[in-house]
Structures are given as C-alpha cells and as structure tokens.
Design a protein around this ligand. Structure first.
Ligand code: HEC
Length: 174
C-alpha cells in the first residue's frame, strides 16, 4: 500500500467509527426519551382499562346456586323490533306519529282512522280521550281491524303514545 492509501484508510475508518458512535448515541437517546414519554398515559386511560377488563372477562359464565346470578340475566333491549335493531325512540307526539303511527294512520291503512279525517275520528273522539289513550296503549281489535298496542313499539314511553294520540286528535279538531 502506498502512504497515501494508508492515510485515506485511517481517515475513512475514523469517520465511519465516529458515525457509528453518533448513531449509537442517537439510538440510546431516542430510547430513553420514548421510554419516558410514549404510551405511558394509555395505561391509565379509563377507556383502555375498561376494554382491558372486558378482554380479561372469562369466556363463559356460570350460574352458581345460592348466589346472586343477576349479572347473567339476558338483557333484551327492544323485544318488538328484534335483536340488533336500534330504532330511535321518539320523544314527542309528533315524532311518534311520523315514525310509527303514520304507517297506518297516515293513509288510513288496514281500517285505521286516517289522520286528519274528521268523519273517521268523530265517533272515536266521542268515546273520550281516556278510551283513546287506553286503546293506543293496549291495542284494539274489532271487525278484523287491528290497532297494535303502542302501534307495535312497546319501547315507546306511555306519555309519548298519549301525546301521539293528542297529536292525531289535534289534526281533526280545529
Ligand atoms: C299497524 C297499523 C297501525 C299502527 C302502526 C298504529 N295504528 Fe292506531 N289504529 C290502527 C287501526 C287498524 C285502528 C282501528 C282499530 C279498530 O277500530 O278496531 C286504529 C285505531 C287507533 C285509535 C282509535 C282507538 C279507538 O278507541 O277508536 C287510536 C287513538 C290510535 N289508533 C292511535 C295510534 C297511535 C298513537 C299510534 C302510534 C303510536 C298508532 N295508532 C299506530 C292501526 C294502527
């Protein structure tokens, strides 16, 4: 090797060596910073803890005789609408009418007194509000016509059903 080559080799080795040292220092620095800052807070988040708890739940649960097995009860959210369905629950009479009652009462389907039809409603209004409420809440069957209890939505609160009756009655009373 010539002297020049040796010199180049020394300098080159030195530069490579320095770069390796710098890389190792950067790596160590990044590790120490990340270890102190990244991900720590996740382990204390309520959402994370809940999901962790859920995943740690045993796969099956057994009822034990003589103990409180209430946690095993099957929760039926909306029996009328069937599993998995989450229909919005109307909060006032007009919403209930639009979402539920209008299916039959809107056009007077299946013998339902049509909303706004004074002649169809007059004899029913004559029965009195209490009877109308009672029939809307519990259903009514006559001459092959069926008014399902709560229009088929048992998940709607009674008060909202009464408001829906008021709303329909209001459409014919001027
Ligand atoms: C599946 C169709 C259907 C739906 C949905 C429905 N109704 Fe009816 N409703 C009827 C029919 C049919 C009658 C007439 C029943 C009869 O005269 O025997 C009726 C009658 C009524 C009456 C008159 C009762 C009476 O004493 O004469 C009221 C009040 C009433 N419905 C309220 C409601 C309300 C409030 C809703 C919504 C929450 C609703 N209905 C949804 C079919 C329906």
């Amino acid at each position: 090797m010539s002297k020049q080559d040796t010199h180049f080799f020394d300098v080159f080795s030195l530069v490579i060596g320095l770069l390796v040292v710098v890389a190792v220092i950067l790596f160590a620095l990044a590790r120490s910073i990340a270890g102190a800052t990244q991900g720590q807070e996740i382990y204390t988040e309520p959402d994370y803890l809940t999901s962790l708890e859920q995943r740690l739940q045993p796969f099956t649960r057994e009822a034990v005789a003589g103990q409180n097995n209430a946690a095993l009860a099957i929760v039926e959210t909306n029996p009328a609408a069937g599993a998995g369905s989450a229909l919005p629950i109307p909060t006032n009479g007009m919403q209930a009418f639009q979402q539920v009652c209008s299916a039959c009462h809107g056009q007077g389907i299946a013998g339902a007194p049509k909303a706004g039809d004074a002649a169809a409603w007059a004899p029913r209004i004559a029965e009195g509000k209490a009877t109308l409420y009672q029939h809307a809440l519990n259903g009514l069957q006559a001459d092959g016509k069926v008014m399902p209890a709560k229009g088929g939505r048992p998940d709607i609160p009674d008060a909202v059903i009464r408001q829906a009756v008021d709303y329909m009655v209001g459409l014919v009373k001027h």
